[in-house]
Ligand binder design. Structure first.
Ligand code: PLP
Length: 435
């Protein structure tokens, strides 16, 4: 639509005017990295901002513009940019020494905290990213069951090589993935039954993240638990993002315990890590004291900085009490956005749960990625640019992640920015969605 194209063009012109140094930095970066980029999700048109400083819940770009950071490192930035307890833990770990080529007390502390917190975790192992954690969870399921098929969901993202945006990605690992539709209880039940003894595992995010922060219904997760048991297949929860929800992740909130789970992001206190773990009957195969055990290597699996930061992150800062309170505070904010959209009679909706939010241009709640219309997609760059120009950093696809150092003032600032966005573009949004 011409009016929308023009509106996006205008915001991009304002953006360029406000960030000339980021534009120059992007041009320089393109000399040495394809398109200046090393992490696809961070690219957007006309170019991404180059950040130079982060404090608490705020960041500053190369041109000196300040932002409230709702990108929150795609949920890994739970602790914000300068938490003193985390900084102290990292400094202490650095003083002791890195790369010791031996076990240290740090990973043992973090492992104990994780097992105490998440119902499915009896034993864990560390790796370096959420992608790796999911690769290891899948490998565990394949070897343990001796089966080949892994059921995943359209629109899910489990890592750079386990990604199903429109069915799949050319970069995916060549496993035998079978695709089902998220929240489709009947269709998925039929598929699991049809796969029967070929099915090794179902891998599912309890909130479909990249697909629009769509929460799984209780009935859907319950069905997955029941049907995987019947099929003697494993249920794997990818809680790389959702582990921050409530006192014990989505499995705690829904009271559904998977056989295996993967974690990452905030669990390293803002530094790289990944975790996979679950029932002892599965994880015992990694016990090197047993003959014939499975060999899982990784030079930086127990890197002391991540283990130290993660330990204080989970043990001292994001305690279960704090996590439960943070969920309530964040959920109230999400609902307040929906109150604004309803009061203004604008077809927008804040999907998600608690501190994991995605803005959809629709009056109806999005339950599957296929509910996301072309009109909704076409409006996202406009929202993104306008929010950046208001000093609110959100993801290009409309996600917002809250972080612990945020205050009520930060939330008020976003609410105001949404009001302004609706004042400016409300009738255009309605026109676009009317088709
Ligand atoms: C649900 C989910 N699983 C896995 C991953 C991959 O984690 P990482 O980027 O640490 O490899 C992500 C990353 O965004 C994610 O959101």
């Amino acid at each position: 639509m011409e009016a929308l194209k023009q509106a996006i063009k205008d915001t991009r012109a304002r953006y360029k005017k406000a960030s000339p140094q980021s534009m120059a930095a992007d041009k320089f970066a393109a000399k040495h990295m394809p398109g200046g980029n090393t992490r696809s999700v961070l690219h957007f048109d006309p170019y991404p901002l180059t950040m130079v400083e982060g404090r608490g819940a705020e960041v500053v770009d190369l041109d000196g513009n300040h932002y409230v950071d709702f990108v929150g490192e795609y949920s890994a930035g739970l602790f914000g940019h300068s938490d003193e307890t985390i900084k102290t833990a990292i400094h202490e770990a650095l003083e002791v020494g890195t790369g010791m080529g031996a076990p240290t007390s740090y990973e043992r502390t973090l492992a104990a905290l994780l097992c105490k917190r998440f119902a499915s975790l009896e034993k864990v192992r560390f790796c370096n990213s959420g992608t790796e954690a999911n690769l290891m969870a899948i490998a565990t399921a394949l070897v343990y069951t001796g089966r080949k098929k892994i059921l995943v969901f359209n629109g899910s993202y489990h890592g750079g090589v386990i990604n199903f945006p429109n069915g799949g990605s050319v970069l995916n690992v060549p496993y035998d993935f079978v695709l089902a539709d998220y929240n489709d209880v009947e269709g998925t039940t039929a598929l699991i039954r049809q796969l029967g003894d070929e099915l090794a595992a179902v891998l599912v995010e309890p909130i479909l993240g990249a697909g629009g922060n769509i929460p799984a219904s209780y009935a859907f997760l319950k069905m997955l638990r029941r049907e995987t048991r019947k099929a003697d297949a494993l249920l794997i929860f990818d809680e790389v993002k959702t582990a921050r929800i409530g006192a014990a992740g989505m499995q705690g909130l829904r009271r559904i315990t998977p056989d295996l789970m993967s974690l990452g992001k905030f669990v390293g206190g803002g530094l790289p890590t990944g975790v996979f773990g679950g029932r002892t009957r599965l994880m015992k195969h990694y016990n090197p004291k047993l003959p014939g055990s499975w060999n899982h290597a990784g030079t930086f699996n127990n890197n002391v900085c991540s283990m130290a930061a993660g330990s204080v992150g989970l043990g001292k800062i994001y305690t279960q009490e704090r996590a439960a309170a943070f969920f309530d505070w964040s959920e109230a904010f999400r609902l307040s956005l929906n109150d604004i959209f309803a009061a203004r009679d604008i077809p927008m909706y804040a999907n998600g749960m608690g501190s994991i939010i995605a803005i959809h241009f629709s009056k109806e709640v999005t339950k599957v990625p296929s509910d996301i219309t072309a009109g909704c997609q076409s409006l996202r760059p406009l929202l993104h640019m306008e929010m950046l120009l208001e000093g609110i950093l959100i993801c290009k696809r409309g996600d917002l992640f809250l972080s612990l150092p945020m205050t009520d003032d930060h939330l008020s600032k976003v609410r105001l920015a949404f009001e302004k966005f609706i004042d400016r573009h409300g009738s255009l949004i309605k026109q676009v969605l009317a088709g």
